[in-house]
Design a protein around this ligand. Structure first.
Ligand SMILES: O=P(O)(O)OC[C@H]1O[C@](O)(CO)[C@@H](O)[C@@H]1O
Length: 516
């Protein structure tokens, strides 16, 4: 069991130390907090850490079962104990490491099938004489956030004449928006659901099908629907042509599934080559995570910093500020990845987790816009939060002065959070900024399929390391089930288990349910 109390003396000492004084005084300390891997660089020098706190964190990692758990993760061992499953996202990127040859074979075959289908989707007459021009991804949570984020981020890599739309919400406006201007002849619907039982997805798929049938008839609708799922039988029962059902393994978690057939709409929109490059980027982060020693291992270092801020310095939340319009959806993506994975209060053994442990509340947005909204809170609020700045070298080095100014803003924010300033004059108290507020900067050379794959894989593995230290299972999500059940009850009018306030709201909303 990891002894987090070992962090307390360091937290007390460093809590009273000026952050600005920690930075630039000890070369070794500074050098140890700049780590590179798989083409990404993390600069964590503006963290409230000195050499001895850092070595306590590294000792913590060394004393854990991280090495064994990591081998199990990569070889396909059971790392999701509550569901008795492996976690196969690294296996999707490199099946060679899996010990089960049949499983590796199935993954390779599934990859070939999606890639072939994605390739064909670009052909001129794939839809009974029509090409695919718009692919509509119908899915929610992990069956939406990953493909949607990557599609936005890799705008520069999209296939000519092909666009993707994403439908996740039950608000009918969501599907209406996706269908706006759609030519039914050239539109392909891709229903993505690991379980194929998710209410939002099935209702939206049904509505999309009704629309399509009204436009192109039954037969026309059949060829324009495909599915990606770990429950092919259910997709078949829903009416999807078995030849257009792309399976993925049960061991692929929803929020880890963008690398599987769940990324089909993305692969169609980008083309198999860019999608392969995306997988290759993640694979290079896998290799780095697998091989690099803890002190220079990017996911390990990032996890230790987040553990330090949460368990050592008691910071509940973490802000992600991505200084790139294309990365606008990164915070939303990380929210599910981290909060669904680490938002648990019992260990793998079912024992309670102590206070100030577990995943952080992840929030954020796009720089420099966020400077004009919530950064005031970060600079002068009573509470504060560590910030992860995401920077692109390609923007800094662009000849466009706006792109350079964007990077200058990013650098200025990190410096201002750390330095603070004394107030002067009549409003001194209002203008004073305490400073001492921590941040890290993650640097990508440019936004490419490779670097994006590596960025996502970095965070997946960082979550894995945190989960290992806290002894959490990052691959289940039991906490979402009760709400789903109650929504079903309300939909059928069974309010017997509900409290009076919710029943009253049901009345006010005019849902007029049964009361037995
Ligand atoms: O892919 P599915 O099975 O439709 O699930 C969608 C999402 O719902 C969740 O189970 C949470 O409600 C996520 O974990 C998942 O990504």
């Amino acid at each position: 069991m990891t002894d987090f109390s070992a962090l307390d003396p360091h937290a007390r000492r460093l809590g009273e130390t000026s952050l600005a004084e920690l930075v630039g005084r000890d070369r070794e300390r500074d050098a140890s907090l700049v780590v590179e891997g798989a083409g990404l660089m993390l600069d964590a020098r503006k963290q409230r850490l000195d050499a001895s706190a850092w070595s306590a964190l590294l000792d913590m990692a060394a004393g854990s079962d991280l090495a064994e758990r990591r081998s199990a993760l990569f070889s396909g061992g059971i790392v999701n104990e509550t569901e008795h499953r492996p976690a196969l996202h690294p296996g999707l990127r490199n099946p060679d490491r899996l010990t089960d040859g049949d499983l590796a074979g199935r993954i390779r075959a599934a990859r070939e099938a999606t890639s072939r289908f994605a390739m064909r989707a670009g052909e001129r007459d794939v839809l009974a004489g029509h090409p695919v021009r718009r692919v509509v991804n119908i899915g929610i949570g992990g069956s939406d956030l990953g493909p949607r984020f990557v599609y936005d981020a890799l705008k520069a890599y999209r296939r000519a004449g092909m666009e993707a739309r994403f439908v996740s919400n039950l608000d009918p406006a969501d599907l209406d928006d996706a269908l706006e201007g759609a030519d039914p002849q050239t539109t392909l619907f891709c229903v993505v659901s690991k379980s194929f039982t998710t209410q939002e997805t099935l209702m939206n798929a049904q509505a999309a099908r009704t629309w399509l049938v009204s436009q192109v008839g039954e037969e026309g609708a059949n060829i324009r629907f495909c599915a990606a799922t770990a429950a092919p039988d259910k997709a078949r029962a829903f009416g999807i042509d078995p030849a257009q059902i792309f399976p993925f393994e049960d061991g692929v978690g929803g929020r880890y599934s963008v690398w599987s057939a769940a990324g089909l709409a993305l692969e169609i929109a980008l083309g198999p080559e860019a999608f392969e490059a995306f997988l290759a980027g993640a694979r290079s982060m896998d290799d780095h995570f697998y091989d690099a020693p803890p002190e220079s291992n990017l996911p390990v270092v990032k996890a230790l910093i987040d553990v330090w801020n949460r368990a050592g310095l008691k910071r509940l939340s973490r802000c992600v500020a991505a200084y790139s319009s294309r990365l606008e959806r990164l915070p939303a993506y990380l929210q599910q990845l981290e909060m669904e994975s680490l938002g648990k209060s019992v260990t793998r053994e079912g024992r309670p987790l102590a206070a100030d442990r577990g995943g952080q509340l992840v929030w954020g947005g796009r720089g420099s816009d966020v400077q004009h909204s919530f950064f005031q809170w970060l600079h002068q609020g009573v509470d504060d939060a560590p910030v992860d700045f995401i920077a692109l070298k390609s923007l800094a080095q662009s000849e466009d002065p706006r792109a350079q100014a964007l990077t200058a803003n990013l650098l200025a924010q990190g410096a201002a959070l750390m330095q603070g300033q004394d107030g002067t004059g009549e409003l001194a108290a209002h203008k004073a900024m305490a400073g001492g507020r921590v941040s890290s900067t993650l640097l990508l050379d440019a936004l490419t399929p490779q670097t994006l794959g590596a960025l996502i894989a970095l965070h997946e593995h960082k979550v894995f390391v945190e989960a290992t230290l806290y002894r959490l299972n990052p691959y289940d999500q039991w906490g979402v089930e009760l709400g789903k059940q109650l929504a079903r009850d309300i939909a059928i009018g069974d309010v017997s288990v509900l409290d009076p306030a919710t029943r009253d709201l049901i009345d006010r909303l005019g849902l007029s349910p049964r009361r037995d």
